[in-house]
Design a protein around this ligand. Structure first.
Ligand code: ZN
Ligand code: ZN
Length: 346
């Protein structure tokens, strides 16, 4: 089979690799029909994720068809169409028993990290019963692909951790795929004001089309003065960090209203200053989280029913063998106006 293999910082190749085999009776082998690229994959290619070693197949998002199942798998059969969760969970360890699947003692984020991932023709999925979801008949597979990672990440780390409520004023800092997925899933709770800030006018335009009540271009500032003006100086009930750099985390600290929430989603490569001298008496809550995918089943129903429509997040489509070209486009997202790129098996 073919797979996208990491060969050290800046180096990867779509190349021939041995087909995966079952290591344990609880596993399944899935033939990939669709996969996509995550911002995290770009971090890996820069060499920012030391757990990814040379020879690893990348990718932690995908939809496919079950090719083989181990004897202990009871929820799935050969031929079933499945959604692959970016988080693998055993369902039995202490952390899984409290729905903190991201910190599963035998799983967590391992696909395309500690074990071979989904940017391949086939992938081995450990703990298949608790790490895969059935694709409902007639479902839009491209839309479901957004459930592997970005929709649950945005919803759990941003919206649920930020405790977005009806009538709230919220600010989403960053209008990349995760920021826009936060916007889509925040609307499930009917906030009154949704402000989206970014430096890219095309992404802000998409945010507007997806329901942002206000957009703020933060190219010449961090967006804070404009957002404070929009809230009559009070700040926002929920400030959601969807970039992962000190400047945007800092903006959230300046924006949060008394009693508000700062919900961090961004993957931070370096430390950021926590301004407790300004925040100690503001009754705020600060949260961090790695997506647990505990909400995936619920979001799957929302997408299937049409209540949640992630299709506008998909901007580019390629064949699976054109994955190199897809990386080129996704890696120059601003130049090409790219959000999510979908690769479909030929
Ligand atoms: Zn991801
Ligand atoms: Zn577990």
């Amino acid at each position: 089979m073919k797979a996208l293999v990491y060969h050290g910082p800046g180096k990867f190749e779509w190349e021939e690799k041995a087909e995966p085999v079952l290591h344990d009776p609880g596993e399944a082998i899935v033939r990939i029909t669709r996969t996509t690229i995550c911002g995290t994959d770009l971090h890996i290619l820069k060499g920012d994720v030391p757990s990814v070693t040379k020879g690893r197949t990348l990718g932690h998002e995908g939809v496919g068809v079950i090719e083989k199942v181990g004897g202990a798998v009871s929820n799935f059969c050969v031929g079933d169409r499945v959604l692959i969760s970016c988080i693998t969970s055993c369902g039995r360890c202490e952390n899984c028993r409290r729905q903190m699947y991201s910190h599963c003692e035998k799983g967590g984020w391992i696909l395309g990290n500690r074990i071979d991932g989904t940017q391949a023709q086939m992938v081995r999925i450990p703990h298949a019963d608790t790490s895969l979801y059935s694709v409902p008949a007639g479902a839009d597979e491209e839309a479901l692909l957004m459930l592997s990672d970005i929709l649950p990440t945005a919803f759990e780390c941003g919206v649920l951790n930020g405790a977005v409520k009806p009538g709230d004023t919220i600010a989403i800092i960053g209008a990349g795929p995760i920021g826009l997925a936060t916007l889509l899933t925040a609307k499930l709770f009917s906030p009154a004001v949704i402000i989206v800030a970014d430096t890219d006018t095309r992404r802000l335009q998409v945010a507007r089309e997806l329901g942002a009540t206000h957009i703020v271009n933060s190219i010449n500032s961090n967006g804070v003065p404009d957002i404070l003006r929009l809230t009559a100086g009070k700040g926002v009930d929920v400030a959601i960090e969807a970039v992962g750099i000190p400047e945007t985390f800092d903006a959230c600290q300046q924006l949060v209203a008394a009693g508000g929430h700062i919900a961090n989603i961004g993957v931070h490569g370096k430390g950021a200053m926590l301004h407790l001298d300004k925040l100690w008496d503001r009754n705020i809550t600060l949260t961090t989280r790695l997506v647990d995918t505990a909400a995936t089943g619920m979001l799957l129903k929302a997408v299937t029913s049409g209540a949640l429509k992630p299709q506008p997040l998909i901007t580019h489509r390629f064949g699976l063998s054109e994955i190199g070209k897809a990386y080129e486009v996704f890696g120059h997202a601003a130049r090409d106006g790219a959000l999510k790129v979908v690769m479909t098996a030929e």
